[in-house]
Design a protein around this ligand. Structure first.
Ligand code: ADP
Length: 310
């Protein structure tokens, strides 16, 4: 595996008044090329990690190398080879898409006008924005803005693309289009993607880490975390009355309301005595099994149930 990012003993301590808070503690991670997914509930420390990798925040401790460059000593070199799409992506509402990219291109040091235009044309095509090049950004939908975010991050041909929670606020259709775009790009560029939504990474990432309370609690291939949940994922026939007590022992992934019963998809170590049929787990089942059953982290109900709808 070609190493793209090597992280050793990374921690980030924030001060909160007089007390200290570790948003990241002793993170160790080797990331290869391709698409890497950093998954974790809100507050896990994902954005903190992403902005450190993007050289926008400094770690409290730790050694980080990106393509062999030291993050503390070679910030300039690292900035030259990365593109970043932050969670809050500010744009210039009165510019049109092409003007915006031209402006960012100049900031990134693409000096020659003709080459810059050529690159912008290519990127507009890739991100499916060519037909919107003359439209003012303030008229864009959430999905268009995210695609423009990827477009600006791709200017200057980065080797590494860092993308923080890119599908937040997108509708389901836009989400799918955006995931497909990332998958397409990942054949040429290494992508580090952070998200709290499992389905953002399911089909495309060749490596996955789970972050919880500032610590890496899992790192491996998505297929391996799925193996963990084999024999632990079930379809349950139940009813509203039973469901409340059931939730104490199983984690509910999704529910389908039938006229006379509820069909619930659940993960659990043990479903003895219940009307349950085992099914093949997917990554979402596996993530919730790992977090809620094995690690004992209660995901926010919205966060868990929300996932299956997307
Ligand atoms: P995630 O992206 O996984 O939701 P964040 O990296 O945004 O997590 O935040 C991790 C933790 O660090 C949260 O508890 C958050 O409140 C805290 N945090 C983030 N930024 C700061 C800051 N500038 N000062 C103090 N605490 C912060």
């Amino acid at each position: 595996m070609e190493h793209c990012i090597e992280i050793k003993n990374l921690s980030k301590i924030y001060r909160r008044g007089k007390s200290k808070f570790a948003a990241l503690s002793d993170v160790n991670l080797d990331i290869g090329t391709g698409m890497f997914g950093l998954l974790g509930p809100n507050g896990a420390g994902k954005s903190t990690a992403m902005s450190i990798l993007a050289t926008l925040a400094k770690p409290t401790t730790g050694d980080i190398k990106i393509y062999g460059y030291d993050l503390q000593k070679n910030r300039k070199e690292i900035r030259m080879l990365l593109g970043f799409l932050p969670q809050e992506f500010g744009v210039y509402p009165n510019l049109d898409a092409e003007e915006f990219l031209d402006y960012i291109g100049q900031l990134k040091g693409l000096k020659e006008r003709k080459n810059r235009k050529k690159e912008i044309d290519y990127i507009l095509e890739l991100t499916n924005l060519s037909h919107l090049r003359d439209r003012r950004i303030k008229t864009f939908s959430g999905g268009m803005i995210r695609r423009l975010g990827i477009a600006q991050a791709l200017l200057g041909s980065p080797k590494l693309l860092i993308v923080d929670e890119p599908t937040t606020g997108l509708d389901p259709e836009e989400r799918i289009r955006f995931r497909n775009l990332l998958a397409e790009i990942s054949s040429d560029v290494t992508i580090i993607l952070s998200t709290h939504i499992v389905n953002d990474i399911s089909s495309t990432c060749n490596s996955l880490a789970v972050l919880n309370l500032g610590k890496i609690v899992y790192h491996g291939h998505p297929a391996d975390i799925i193996k963990n949940a084999v024999g632990k994922t079930f379809l349950l026939r139940t009813n509203e009355k039973e469901l409340a007590t059931l939730k104490e022992n199983v984690s509910v992934i999704s529910m389908i309301m039938q006229p006379d019963h509820i069909q619930a998809r659940v993960v659990a170590d043990d479903v003895n005595g219940l009307h349950a049929e085992p099914v093949d787990p997917n990554l979402e089942d596996a993530y919730i099994y790992f977090m809620e059953v094995q690690t004992g982290v209660k995901l926010h109900e919205d966060e868990a149930l929300y996932q299956s709808k997307n």
